[in-house]
Design a protein around this ligand. Structure first.
Ligand code: C2E
Ligand code: MG
Ligand code: MG
Length: 522
């Protein structure tokens, strides 16, 4: 029966109508009885005594019948009332159950079954001595971009399960959405570090998703009641600030909130706002740093390095604004502008007579995983009329490790079109020869941190030399970055390094000066 029908059957008659009905039945029956029974007695019995006796019987009979009828009517009414009452009760319980189910759904995260953000605000009424761990995965966006959302979802579930296992009985875990969780703990303040380190240990082993084993790391921002806030909103905001701070400095690490952390965040949001219009306002400029070929002492190419001259904020170094441009995807149009401007620049160098000079352009992983990246590069080469062999694209090690398969294919296609691929900042992160062998890398750029390790006495520590030897053994060209001293230069010469890029020869130069520079250097 539908709910509508249910309600129809609950509809109770008006009390006046029901009473009038019973009274009229009683009246009609009574009147009929008096009328017809007396008449029947008169015709059937003539004896007076017998008549009196039957009149009495008739009276009793009338009373019994009336009692029976009353019994029946009252019984029927109360029975109906009981049925209606039971139906109403059932309906009410059903409504309560539905409401609880709705409540459960609203407060649970669909994917993991964990309580969600609403539940956090609903449950966490007592903040006293609570600390919030704001957990966020490192580089999760690359997982979704490269392995797909289904894989990403399964990974989130696996991580949630592992976090749950790590929970103490007094702690609660909430999923805020995406790759973010909040853990509420009541550990004493002086034991928070110990607690968060234990929590981060869940990332030591890889996560198994289907046939894949995926290594993930995460960062945690921590806020504590009452020193970092007295309301849940404040605690969450400050844990988020701590998280943001640690994410921009390290991976698989944590930070406890401190007031000083809020200041750079304001600067960051200003940067993000202004960056959105920087390209249209023509605030970007490319500087070019020469790369000197050691054997011939000639300029063999330039690395294009982006500069942002913001009228409001002044000159911002690329290390600061490029991560923001990557997060906001602005790096895609900015990167295209860089590529086009660099190609045009090197064309003018060729037209001036140095027609073998190459240009190296840094490419972000966000650009690389773009659907039409390869086509966009080829379009720009065609538009600017630059032969692909004079373009080198620099990619960094960390981005290759994030999304190896997807990127390997794109890099191979670019290589097939004659473009050179350089591995930038080699030695800064975790280097895997295995990865290098899978990729069409022609140039290895040794990071400044490696060059800085070159000892004052050339005989000591041939580590940098070994790296050069290895890269050359694999058939690569080696460029040393950040060369500042003659001792470093001598060392690199001795180990047969191909090219040098560093302040020893030149800082990155504006286009006009770079053009002059090549003339004097050549
Ligand atoms: P990178 O690609 O490794 O560039 C080399 C950086 O080292 C440049 O810093 C350069 O100025 C600096 N450098 C070169 N020689 C020396 C030296 O002898 N001593 C010292 N102390 N530094 C030296 P810059 O221009 O600040 O760029 C920093 C990073 O920003 C670049 O590192 C690159 O990763 C990124 N970047 C720059 N332009 C772009 C761009 O157009 N697109 C992308 N995606 N990233 C860019
Ligand atoms: Mg570079
Ligand atoms: Mg570099």
């Amino acid at each position: 029966m539908s709910n509508k029908d249910d309600f129809k059957s609950y509809r109770v008659q008006s009390p006046v109508k029901a009473s009038l009905r019973i009274a009229s039945i009683y009246l009609i029956c009574g009147a009929a009885w008096i009328l017809f029974s007396d008449r029947a007695l008169n015709t059937l019995i003539s004896d007076k005594e017998l008549f009196a006796f039957f009149s009495m019987i008739k009276g009793w009979f009338y009373m019994v019948m009336t009692a029976l009828m009353l019994f029946y009517l009252i019984y029927r009414t109360t029975f109906r009332m009981r049925v209606t009452e039971r139906k109403l009760h059932n309906h009410y319980t059903e409504m309560l159950n539905n409401r609880e189910e709705l409540r459960q759904a609203a407060f649970r995260d669909q994917l993991t079954g964990l309580p969600n953000r609403l539940a956090l605000f609903e449950n966490l009424t007592i903040l006293k001595d609570a600390s919030l761990f704001y957990i966020d995965l490192d580089d999760f966006k690359y997982v979704n971009d490269t392995h797909g959302h289904v894989f990403g979802d399964l990974l989130i579930k696996e991580i949630s399960t592992r976090l749950l296992k790590e929970l103490k009985p007094s702690e609660q875990l909430y999923r805020l959405g995406g790759d973010e969780w909040v853990l509420v703990t009541r550990q004493p303040k002086d034991r928070l570090q110990e607690r968060v380190e234990m929590l981060l240990s869940i990332f030591e082993k890889p996560f198994v998703v289907g046939e894949h084993r995926k290594h993930m790391t995460g960062c945690v921002g921590i806020s504590h009641f009452p020193s970092h806030g007295r309301t849940l909103e404040q605690l969450l905001k400050n844990a988020d600030i701590a998280l943001y701070h640690i994410k921009s400095h390290a991976k698989n690490s944590f930070a406890i909130y401190d007031v000083s952390l809020s200041i750079p965040l304001q600067h960051r949001s200003d940067m993000e706002r202004l960056l959105r219009h920087a390209l249209d306002n023509g605030e970007f400029e490319l500087h070019y740093q020469p790369q000197i070929h050691l054997e011939s002492s000639r300029v063999q190419g330039f690395e294009a390095l982006l500069r942002w001259n913001s009228p409001e904020l002044g000159r911002i170094p690329p290390d600061q604004f490029i991560p923001i441009a990557e997060e906001t995807q602005l790096i895609v149009p900015i990167g295209e502008w860089v590529l086009r401007t660099a190609c045009e620049f090197i064309r003018t160098i060729h037209q001036d007579g140095d027609d073998q000079t190459i240009v190296s352009v840094n490419v972000s992983v966000v650009q690389l995983i773009e659907h039409r990246f390869v086509e966009r590069v080829l379009d720009i080469l065609q538009e600017t009329g630059l032969d692909p062999r004079y373009l080198e694209l620099e990619v960094t090690e960390s981005m290759l490790i994030e999304s190896l398969d997807l990127i390997a294919d794109k890099l191979s296609r670019l290589k097939d079109h004659g473009i050179t691929i350089a591995l930038d900042d080699f030695g800064r992160g975790f280097s895997s020869l295995n990865h290098l062998m899978k990729l069409p890398i022609k140039t290895l750029k040794i990071d400044k941190s490696f060059i800085d390790q070159i000892p004052d006495h050339l005989e000591n520590q041939p580590l940098t030399g070994l790296v050069i030897g290895m890269a050359k053994g694999l058939g690569m060209k080696v460029v040393a970055e950040g060369v500042e001293t003659y001792i470093q230069l001598e060392y690199l010469k001795r180990y047969d390094c191909d090219c040098i890029q560093g302040y020893l020869f030149s800082k990155p130069l504006p286009a006009i000066i770079a053009k002059e520079w090549i003339k004097t250097a050549g």
